[in-house]
Design a protein around this ligand. Structure first.
Ligand code: VG1
Ligand code: CO
Length: 543
């Protein structure tokens, strides 16, 4: 077999965003597009020679083709070994675990996560480093630099390999191990949680509904929740991964996980509901009649993690992304541990986790995780909740009520304005930016601004600085608003407005989020001149 060198590239716009490179699937299918990005990745890490990579994806359209291409390129680059999920399937946290367990040099994840899939939808690729986590900005910057000059790629002319056959094979001299995507991950989970306690919970009649949203977690959830833990058959719904996620957005929030929400709000709702996203790193938690915001979920998990064997010794520290509500900070305060505020994106948690400074991390976008891997982990969060429910023997609603009574409640919502013209989004952000210095002391719909700034992060471990990570406006009386532009969209710009209002321990915890956030919402609309810039104030999605 021979290596072909193909002249191609460079392609414009191959800049990794919040989580890898995401584009329309048809863009990725353009001859040489994927190849040039993969070649740039290999170039950026000093070549593939002698290295071992984990490769897998969320099963969306083009997943298997992309994997064959990557394997042929890795083989041409002289890689020693590739570990590939059977059928090309691996959840993002499972990739992270396989990288760590096998001490590989890194991994490639094929996914556009919560973005829809299909030939007319989205595709993505992300490089993870040897700690199992998303490449940090120093590495993604090198990859981007390579994409701007790459003019050829190397690929083996070996035939496709059979991704279905578990076992060892080889491709043009490179060892290829096709592995069961679930086995190692399930074993990891079993070591973290009290599986006997959770089994007893289900045996006692506890009911749940897990919506895999036709995405990657179906096989994982079936194997762990139904087969190992004894949840009733049928507890996992939409369990077979499909190339277009059944035509939906595999985004676990009340808007896109409608079927589950309807079931959980009905009179015969199960005790517990959950969902995860395209690549299995996000989670949504919902109790009977009670939606738990991801920010609250992080706080509850932090306050109760010690009931799970893996966290019995307590937590070293917590970290949350800046737009995530400050509910976790209150828990950290009480526990007497540090709470770090990082930019959006899991790559910013890596150093803190590696240094042992934090044990749990979370984002408002339904991502929660711990030191067990270096990605957020949807099913992990569901299992920790189950462990807590098994131990506390209370309903989700009771746990939330008690939590707010102890820590106060951070009412929270995110408003997304999707696919707006980039110029409009930029003008709105620049408008706020230009007011930052003078906002403090001004009053908007009854709320006085205490402080406003553009968030800049200095990594406490390696000292690297990331500027312009979102605009923050803090109001007197516990209100907070954050504005930032999405780094995962594939069409125009997406403006995210994050809204928060704190009500202390003795305050009213039974308001709707909408009512509690009313003043903050109006203040933000006024400060940003939203109507003027966007021609509307109603968002596309409220979560
Ligand atoms: C979004 C979320 C962010 C998350 C990222 C990747 O990014 O806001 O919290 O880390 O998606 O998640 P952005 O830049 O669009 O706001 V996943 O599950 O889509 O890989
Ligand atoms: Co995801």
């Amino acid at each position: 077999m021979t290596t072909l060198t193909v002249s191609k590239g460079p392609f414009e716009g191959q800049k990794p965003g919040t989580s890898g490179l995401r584009k329309k699937t048809r863009v990725f299918m353009e001859p040489g597009y994927l190849e040039c990005f993969v070649q740039s990745t290999f170039n950026a890490i000093g070549g593939a020679s002698g290295k071992t990579f984990v490769v897998g994806g969320d099963g969306r359209f083009f997943n298997a083709d992309a994997i064959q291409t990557i394997l042929k390129m890795a083989a041409a680059g002289g890689a020693a070994r590739a570990i590939v999920g059977q059928g090309g399937i691996l959840s993002t946290p499972a990739v992270s675990h396989l990288i760590r367990k096998n001490q590989t040099d890194g991994g490639l994840v094929l996914s556009a996560s919560h973005n829809p899939g299909g030939i007319d939808a989205d595709f993505g690729i992300k490089y993870n480093i040897s700690n199992g986590g998303p490449a940090p900005e120093t590495v993604t910057a090198k990859i981007f630099e390579q994409t701007q000059s790459v003019d050829r790629y190397d690929i083996s002319d070996a035939p496709d390999i059979d991704l279905k056959a578990v076992g060892r094979t080889q491709m043009d001299g490179m060892i290829v191990d096709i592995v069961d995507p679930v086995a190692d991950y399930a074993e990891l989970m079993e070591g973290l949680f009290d599986f006997n306690g959770i089994k007893a919970l289900f045996a006692g009649g506890f009911t749940m509904c897990f919506d895999a949203m036709h995405a990657v977690t179906g096989p994982y959830a079936k194997a762990i929740l139904e087969d190992r833990l004894g949840a009733a058959e049928g507890s996992v719904i939409n369990a077979v991964p499909s190339e277009d996620f059944g035509g939906g957005h595999p985004d676990p929030n009340p808007v896109w996980a409608k079927t589950l929400m309807r079931r959980m709000m009905s009179t015969d709702a199960p005790d517990f509901g959950a969902a995860s996203d395209g690549d299995g790193d996000r989670n949504m938690i919902v109790g009977r009649g009670t939606y738990v915001t991801p920010s609250d979920s992080l706080a509850v998990l932090a306050a109760n993690a010690h009931v799970a064997p893996a966290y019995a010794k307590g937590l070293a520290g917590l970290a949350r992304s800046m737009p995530t509500s400050m509910a976790a900070d209150r828990v950290a305060d009480k526990l007497g541990i540090e709470c770090f505020e990082t930019p959006t994106g899991w790559k910013f948690f890596g150093n803190l986790l590696d240094a042992g400074r934090v044990t749990l991390c979370g984002e408002e976008s339904a991502g929660t995780g711990s030191e067990h891997v270096r990605e957020k982990d949807g099913l992990w969060a569901v299992l920790l909740w189950l462990n807590i429910l098994a131990e506390r023997k209370q309903s989700v609603a009771e746990i939330m009520r008690d939590h707010w009574a102890e820590f106060g409640r951070n009412y929270y919502s995110r408003h997304d304005y999707e696919a707006i013209p980039t110029a409009q989004a930029d003008a709105l952000m620049e408008g706020v930016q230009s007011q930052l210095a003078t906002l403090a002391g001004t009053t908007w719909s009854g709320l006085t601004v205490l402080n406003a700034d553009s968030f800049s992060y200095q990594d406490p471990v390696d000292g690297s600085v990331s500027d312009n990570q979102g605009l923050r406006i803090i109001f007197d009386g516990g209100g907070r608003a954050v504005l930032r532009l999405s780094g995962t969209g594939t069409e125009g710009a997406t403006l995210r407005v994050y809204l928060e209002q704190y009500v202390d321990e003795t305050g009213n915890h039974t308001l709707t989020a909408q009512a509690a956030l009313d003043s903050v919402v109006t203040a933000v609309q006024d400060i940003t001149s939203m109507q003027h810039h966007l021609g509307r104030v109603e968002p596309d999605v409220k979560t």
